[in-house]
Structure formats: structure tokens, C-alpha cells
Write a protein that binds this ligand. Structure first.
Ligand code: PRP
Length: 192
């Protein structure tokens, strides 16, 4: 997020990489950056601790945060997919065991399909689950597809395009429409 905004004139003199500071500021531009974990961005924005943020669509959907999604930056493109061992055949008469980090996304997807599932929540290396028989399928992000290929897994369905989205707190957007619109315009490459 910082590099994206710095490139359109919202940089700070101080480099946050040089210190352990969690807040860096550009007083002239009236902008302050908070260093937070990707999974916390939408929480800060939803509660108004930050007016705006840039966050992956995967994390945004999973969080269910009530924020405005104002722009697709087009960065960090990947897909949310169902994947399984090559040759996997779904037996619709059995409850499907789904391993994932993205519990809410997976539940919503299978609810939309009317499919009964058991969720197995994991925190990483999701691809191991079908290999060890822990689950039938996984719901995970696929970027290059190498992780699946190298583990004898394949995509069953792609169901959500992912990329970094620009979000805003709902009240902040009402009160700071001009500032936010100007910033969005610069990101979009308009000269204003
Ligand atoms: C993500 C995702 C896949 C991998 C996909 O993992 O969970 O494992 O990237 O990328 P690819 O299609 O280019 O191979 P991440 O690196 O975030 O680590 P994780 O194991 O902690 O989920």
C-alpha cells in the first residue's frame, strides 16, 4: 500500500523500514500510515481507526468487514479455487470434507451450491490436507499453480478473482469524500 501511494505523491520522508515505528506521517499531504498485518487492515478501516486501506479481496471477503470497496488496484492477482488430488471424483451423497484457511468464503461458496460440507480449518500448507486424507478438497488461493502441480493436485473450480482492493471506512468516506476521491484519481492515473 505504501509504495502504491508513495508513487502518486503520498510518500513520507521517513522510511518505515528504518525503524520499528508503526506510524509514519506526511504532514504536508495530511496522511498517516499505520503498519498492520494484512489480516487486520479491514478491521482498522471498519472501526474508523484508519480512513482507508488496501487489502486482498480474499482477506476482505473472509473478514466480512462492513466497508466501502472503492477500487480494484489490479495488484496481486490470483484466484480462489476448490482444488483436489488429480482424478478426484466428488460423491454428492457424502458430506464433503473441505480444508481451508478461508472458512467463511468456503461456507458461503458451498451454501450457494447447496452442498453439505465439514470444514477443517487450517492455518497454512493447506495442500497437505488432501494428500494425507485429512480432507477431500481444499479451498485456497492459486496464483501460479505451482504448489498444486508440485503436489499432484489440480483445480476443480475457480470461483472468485482476487486482487488488492482499495477500501474506505463508511463514515470517513462521507466526511472526506474530496480527499479520498483525489487520492483515488491519482491512483487511477488521472491528472487532477
Ligand atoms: C498461498 C496459497 C498456496 C500458494 C499458491 O500460500 O495458500 O499455498 O500461495 O501459490 P501458487 O499457485 O503460486 O503456487 P502462502 O504462500 O500464502 O502460504 P501458506 O502455506 O501459509 O498459505
Amino acid at each position: 500500500m505504501y509504495n502504491l501511494l508513495a508513487a502518486v505523491g503520498y510518500g513520507c520522508e521517513e522510511d518505515y523500514n528504518d525503524s520499528r515505528k508503526l506510524v509514519v506521517e506526511n504532514v504536508t499531504a495530511g496522511i498517516r500510515y499505520f503498519l498492520v498485518k494484512p489480516s487486520d487492515v479491514a478491521i482498522y478501516v471498519e472501526h474508523g481507526a484508519a480512513d482507508i486501506g488496501i487489502v486482498g479481496k480474499d482477506i476482505l471477503e473472509e473478514s466480512g468487514a462492513d466497508v466501502y470497496e472503492l477500487m480494484d488496484t489490479g495488484l496481486g492477482k490470483c484466484r480462489m479455487c476448490v482444488a483436489a488430488k488429480n482424478g478426484f471424483v466428488d460423491d454428492a451423497s457424502r458430506t464433503l470434507r473441505v480444508a481451508t484457511k478461508f472458512v467463511n468464503i468456503a461456507k458461503a461458496y458451498y451454501a450457494s451450491q447447496g452442498r453439505d460440507i465439514d470444514i477443517i480449518k487450517l492455518n497454512g500448507s493447506i495442500e497437505l490436507a488432501p494428500l494425507l486424507g485429512l480432507s477431500d478438497v481444499i479451498v485456497d488461493i492459486v496464483e501460479t499453480g505451482s504448489t498444486l502441480r508440485e503436489n499432484d493436485l489440480g483445480v476443480v473450480t475457480e470461483f472468485m478473482p482476487i486482487s488488492a482492493r482499495f477500501i474506505a471506512n463508511r463514515a470517513s468516506y462521507q466526511f472526506k469524500t474530496k480527499e479520498i476521491t483525489t487520492l483515488l484519481g491519482k491512483l487511477a492515473g488521472d491528472d487532477q
